[in-house]
Design a protein around this ligand. Structure first.
Ligand SMILES: C[S@@+](CC[C@H](N)C(=O)[O-])C[C@H]1O[C@@H](n2cnc3c(N)ncnc32)[C@H](O)[C@@H]1O
Length: 235
């Protein structure tokens, strides 16, 4: 693993840290019946994955972060959800939400090595969700993930990959933003985005999946729906 990947993992691990005080406050304020819906950064993205994946028998949320998607799918009827991530704090947070939202069965959260996806058996999942992962990682790491998502999913499985919007990148020293290799954006020295157009991603995905459609969504506070959801079928 290169330095740029190790630095990114440290960044993601710290991004998912929630201290005990914050957890206690969350517990006091949360409505466990319905606030799982608020975990998603976008209502539209949440609704799309529920529409596409909640009727699947066995779903993987790969690079789950705090587990918002897996939890939303389990709450929406999917009976077998696995969330994995390679950083410990992401899984700790997923387990915290699992407890808060009273998910008792049909849900597994696991901290795995980045080799997990290569070592998992073929043809296990009929639905895979992967959000905000492959376009924030070095190209070689992302390629292994894409290839192996296809390998561990059954033929015809629904594959939903969500990601940032395309941006023409420019370095900006005042904001500590540096562009390398044409499409990699580093903020404070940490890789945060590999920017590719829809067509560039499409041609990468089409090696393994049939791209059925691309939907667009925004995070709250954003005015334009430019973030992308590739909805695909495993070949
Ligand atoms: C931007 S976060 C996205 C989290 C979550 N999927 C979401 O939509 O909010 C990127 C996640 O990818 C995870 N990640 C990094 N390398 C990974 C790998 N090789 N396999 C799986 N997940 C990875 C990070 O630990 C981090 O949780």
């Amino acid at each position: 693993m290169g330095d740029k990947y190790n630095d990114a993992l440290k960044f993601w691990n710290s991004a998912f840290e929630m201290d005990d005080n914050a957890k206690e406050q969350y517990k006091r304020e949360v409505d466990p019946e319905k606030d799982w819906k608020e975990l998603a950064s976008s209502e539209k993205l949440r609704d799309v994955i529920i529409e596409q994946l909640s009727n699947k028998a066995k779903v993987l949320d790969y690079g789950c972060g705090e587990g918002w998607a897996g939890i939303s799918l389990r709450k929406s009827g999917c009976k077998d959800v696995t969330c994995v991530d390679v950083v410990e704090n992401a899984i700790k947070l997923t387990e915290f939400f699992e407890e808060i939202f009273d998910i008792r069965e049909g849900f597994k959260a696991e901290c795995v090595s980045s080799d997990w996806i290569k070592e998992t058996a073929v043809d296990v999942y009929d639905g895979v969700f992967c959000s905000n992962v492959i376009d924030v990682l070095p190209e070689d790491v992302a390629s292994v993930i894409i290839e192996n998502i296809s390998r561990i999913a059954v033929k015809g499985a629904k594959i939903v990959i969500a990601m940032n919007y395309y941006a023409e990148l420019k370095s900006n020293s005042e904001k500590n933003m540096e562009v390398k290799n044409g499409n990699e954006l580093y903020v404070n020295g940490i890789l945060r985005l590999v920017s590719r157009t829809d067509d560039e991603w499409k041609s990468i995905f089409e090696k393994y999946f049939d791209v059925e459609k691309i939907e667009y969504f925004a995070w709250s506070g954003e005015t334009e729906e430019k973030r992308r959801i590739f909805i695909m079928k495993n070949r």
